[in-house]
Design a protein around this ligand. Structure first.
Ligand SMILES: [Zn+2]
Length: 317
């Protein structure tokens, strides 16, 4: 396989969960009458979720994740109904079932129940549905885990169309959280560091990643994670792109980092392995032409795009 210095890998694939067509119209969230009317709108649709389960409507060969509200209600009692926003002017909701109820719908011949990773990676629904599915999943997961006040322990009440929980006892207001994660490619000229976690599918190697900690900048988090996981010092850190990652509620912040040392010491508690890869080898992995069958994550994940941008010479080493 001949790979030029900066190979052209062809048309860029689409990153998942980004470029949402949802207008969130946050100013409507406190308007109870408007939200009631939105539920009654003939164009209103709901994404039906329970834990990791996403419920899809079979429409011939196609799978439709957006249910008319009456149909969603017929699937089971909602733990929460959250307002996601407007898509092409029509209200979109997240309808949260408990996980067992959603799983039991697998028995229905007119429905398909799958996890969101599978739906996204295999392109099983129209891509415009991925951002609102991510929004609904992250938000409904937060509600499922935050039913009680973190300040006083009292049961809290949903408000703002699902975008806040209020404590009736101590009056604290609780907002849905997003957890920032740095995901980065450490590079040294014509080579980069990829790692493997034990949970990865066989032969897949990816960027290093970790949660940003309190009191830490994105750049500092990138340098700390690279140092902790593979023992390398990094200098300049450059932001590349971001992606919501609703497993359960992360924001992936993609970066490239300039390695300033070369000896890799793998933290075996975090990673199964990590090593340097040269540009030609990584290009073969992205093209799924690697002689040993090594691969990168699929295009739905930001790691694919971070790695690809470096291979294609769009970022400096
Ligand atoms: Zn309270």
């Amino acid at each position: 396989l001949h790979v030029p210095a900066h190979p052209d890998l062809g048309p860029k694939p689409q990153l998942g969960y980004v470029d949402s067509a949802i207008e969130r119209v946050a100013e409507r969230r406190g308007d109870h009458a408007w939200l009631e009317a939105a539920q009654a709108d003939a164009g209103a649709r709901a994404y039906v979720l329970g834990g990791e389960h996403i419920v899809l409507n079979k429409q011939g060969e196609a799978l439709d994740p957006a249910f008319p509200l009456a149909q969603a209600r017929a699937l089971g009692k909602a733990a929460e109904l959250v307002f996601l926003g407007l898509m092409q002017g029509a209200p979109r909701f997240g309808y949260g079932l408990d996980a067992a109820t959603a799983a039991a719908l697998k028995a229905r011949p007119d429905l398909v129940v799958l996890d969101l990773r599978t739906i996204a990676a295999q392109g099983l629904v129209n891509a415009q549905h991925l951002p609102p599915l991510a929004e609904a999943k992250a938000l409904l997961n937060w509600h499922a885990r935050h039913r009680f006040c973190a300040n006083c322990g009292a049961a809290t009440r949903v408000s703002q169309g699902g975008w806040r929980r209020d404590c009736p006892a101590c009056k604290a207001e609780h907002f849905p959280r997003t957890d920032p994660v740095v995901i980065m490619l450490a590079v040294d000229g014509d080579r980069c560091v990829l790692g493997r976690a034990a949970r990865f599918v066989p032969n897949m190697w990816s960027c290093l990643a970790g949660f940003v900690e309190p009191g830490e900048s994105v750049e500092d988090a990138v340098r700390r994670e690279v140092r902790e996981e593979v023992g390398l010092a990094c200098g300049r850190v450059r932001y590349f792109a971001s992606q919501p990652w609703p497993f359960p509620a992360s924001l992936m912040i993609g970066c490239h980092a300039e390695a300033r040392s070369t000896e890799i010491v793998v933290d075996r508690g975090e990673l199964e392995d990590a090593r340097w890869f040269d540009r030609a080898e990584v290009a073969a992995m992205l093209l799924r032409q690697h002689p040993q069958g090594l691969t990168t994550p699929p295009p739905v994940a930001i790691a694919h795009h971070i790695i690809r941008a470096w291979v294609e010479g769009e970022v400096d080493g």
